[in-house]
Design a protein around this ligand. Structure first.
Ligand code: WT7
Length: 637
């Protein structure tokens, strides 16, 4: 039975049941229509738990770009693949057909080959949201190089960490970047990073802003020079189903960010299936995912999903509020966007602007709205539904993670229930469960617990780069037999899932994930700092804000100037280690932290104080120094 496109609630239930009862037949059928150089020997394999070594479509041979590009040329060669909307609305937009995107991907791939990039080599991409970023990613996939995109907002240190972890030999970048009113000298950031990256031998630079750059002869090359004499055809490398496709670094509750690895065939099938079904995509849709390709949402639903489906995908260089908070709505009208996928934090920031910014546009082309990255609060849901969707567009609240490759729990637009503050029902192939602390499954509806996934799905994380043990420990051993998500969830009376938020030391700031330990480590780089503890607290626009409690060498500053200097140094340390996106919203300098006699920081107390709680702080009797709590409460920012 074919379920590759579900169109009714009944079909959803039938598909769901088969996907759980007989996944091999289910996914085998769905994988059939892709372009394969060789079909698989086995649909599902490996050891899901506790080893965390799932395989999908073992033995198959393919190339993802043949499925994204070549496959569409006969029927959709002149169809738009990418519409590019630049940061400055006065600059002309750009359109690329499938034929043009194919040609430019092949050219970029030939440039990589000419520069000695081979199958399996890691390529770091640090670029603005411009078509060449999409093309660079596809070019890597074309020749079988493993791409690792680093969001062009991360610092030089963060780039260096990723380059070194991946042992990348080549970096693809641009001269500069405009994001709203901000300008980032992208090439200069890369130059700084590479002072500590012995593995990198080549940097290929795309000219975008025309700003002057420093040049390291022998290492640096302009893309426009390299591309002059290359062919417009590039044979696609034949990849094994389980060869790595990309590494994407993401934060966890401990240590440095880890490199989440996705592979070829399973990721492809999962990206395509989830994209077409969740958004109920039709041939003439103009689809816009506002996420940067530097995040997983940009990978799966900005790039791969839409291209696999032969859709037209809009790529936006700017930000929602530049030059005015009407920019999103202007772009939707301008390009007749039919499906719009964005983050709750963007919705909340636009809600705060005068409503005239929305009412000035018709938004009549819109058909489906999506949300991703964090729980969407009811107020934002209703505003999105009423003012953007004009009450007629279904909203899909899509829950997933970098590690899941694609959407796991969500409504299928207009088909399965869409209720405010509920992600909804699981997609076919996804078997969610709620667990107790001891790992037993919680049965029935109207229940809350740790969200875990029983059994593998095609887009599951395959490993963490260079350190499989870390993946095993993080996801597969906390509750043997399950993939552990790190989220808490509630199953409501109707069996719909509501995601509550992270249950580990991960905070979600504007849909971006940071480990508290990661931010603490950055803060501790400041010369003034002895120790720090970071927690999340509710923030009106960002979802969660970053609250840092810091112990300084010279105690608590007594003058304003001392305080300013200390705070500036702390912020500078975070900006240098991670990037502006991880800047603490509030810093409180304290003389001590609430620690147990064994030296463990009681974060529960710090979280409560950051949330504004003053009295019900729970039991503090086990603390080494209970008085420190009074000081913290009194000094709350
Ligand atoms: C974490 C994953 C995968 C998309 C971008 C974020 C939270 C994501 C939702 C949602 C409630 C959500 C979870 C998850 N999250 N989407 N629709 N409702 N929470 O990817 O950086 O890997 O973060 O984002 O806490 O674990 P990510």
């Amino acid at each position: 039975m074919m379920h590759s496109r579900i169109r009714t609630l009944e079909q959803y239930h039938v598909a769901y049941k088969q996907s759980i009862d007989d996944p091999d037949t289910f996914w085998g059928d769905i994988a059939e229509p892709f372009t394969w150089r060789r079909k698989w020997d086995k649909v599902r394999g490996g050891e899901f738990s506790p080893e965390g070594r799932s395989t999908w479509f073992e033995g198959a041979r393919l190339n993802l770009t043949e499925n994204c590009l070549d496959r569409h040329l006969a029927q959709r060669g002149n169809k738009l693949a990418i519409i590019f909307e630049p940061n400055d609305p006065k600059t002309r937009h750009l359109r690329l057909t499938y034929r043009e995107l194919h040609e430019q991907t092949c050219q970029f791939a030939n440039v990589l080959l000419k520069n000695g990039v081979k199958k399996g080599d890691r390529v770091i991409i640090y670029m603005p949201m411009i078509p060449q970023l999409a093309i660079a990613v596809l070019a890597c996939a074309r020749i079988g190089a493993v791409h690792s995109v680093v969001f062009a907002g991360f610092s030089a240190t963060a780039i260096a960490d990723r380059v070194n972890d991946a042992e990348a030999q080549v970096v693809l970048t641009a001269d500069g970047l405009n994001r709203g009113a901000k300008q980032i000298p992208v090439k200069a950031v890369v130059d700084e990073a590479l002072q500590n990256c012995p593995s990198v031998r080549r940097v290929i630079v795309v000219e975008h802003t025309g700003w002057p750059v420093q040049w390291q002869a022998g290492r640096d090359a302009w893309y426009h020079d390299e591309v002059k004499d290359v062919e417009k055809e590039c044979p696609a490398a034949e990849m094994d189903a389980e060869d790595p496709l990309f590494i994407l670094y993401t934060s966890g509750s401990t240590g440095k960010p880890k490199g989440v690895v996705h592979t070829q065939a399973g990721y492809m099938v999962w990206a395509d299936f989830t994209f077409r079904n969740v958004f109920q995509v039709e041939e003439n849709d103009v689809y816009w995912c506002t996420a940067d390709i530097g995040w997983v949402t940009g990978h799966t639903y900005g790039l791969y999903g839409p291209l696999l489906a032969g859709s037209t995908s809009l790529m936006f260089e700017g930000v929602p509020t530049y030059p005015s908070p009407g920019r999103f709505w202007e772009v939707i009208d301008k390009h007749h966007v039919t499906i719009f996928y964005t983050a709750p934090t963007a919705i909340r920031s636009l809600m705060a602007a005068p409503i005239d910014h929305v009412l000035a546009y018709s938004l009549s082309s819109l058909r489906v709205l999506g949300s991703v990255g964090e729980p969407i609060n009811e107020e934002a849901w209703h505003w999105y539904h009423q003012h953007v969707g004009k009450g007629r567009c279904p909203i899909v609240d899509t829950w997933w993670q970098t590690e899941t490759g694609g959407i796991m729990i969500s409504a299928l637009a207009g088909i399965t229930p869409s209720v405010p503050a509920r992600a909804g029902l699981p997609l076919p192939g996804v078997h969610p469960v709620l667990l107790n602390q001891d790992g037993t499954e919680i049965e029935g509806n109207d229940q809350e617990g740790y969200l875990a996934i029983k059994d593998s799905w095609p887009g599951i994380i395959r490993t963490t780069w260079g350190d499989h043990e870390r993946a095993r420990q993080t996801y597969f051993t906390p509750y043997p037999g399950y993939y552990f998500t790190g989220d808490g969830a509630r199953r409501d009376e109707s069996g719909l899932y509501r995601i509550i938020g992270r249950v580990d030391d991960v905070i979600n700031v504007s849909g971006h994930r940071f480990g508290t330990a990661e931010i603490e480590n950055a803060i501790n780089q400041s010369e003034y700092v002895v120790e720090s503890a970071v927690v999340g607290y509710p923030h009106d626009v960002k979802g969660q804000g970053i609250y840092a409690y810091v112990i300084c060498q010279n105690g608590v500053p007594t003058t304003d100037i001392d305080l300013q200097v200390t705070e500036a140094s702390i912020i500078e340390a975070v900006v240098a280690e991670i990037g502006r996106i991880a800047k603490p919203d509030k810093i409180q300098i304290v003389s001590g932290l609430p620690k147990t006699r064994s030296g463990k920081i009681m974060r529960r107390i710090l979280r409560k104080v950051a949330e504004g709680e003053t009295s019900n702080l729970g039991d503090v009797s086990t603390l080494l120094d209970p008085l420190v709590v009074d000081e913290i409460v009194a000094g709350k920012r």
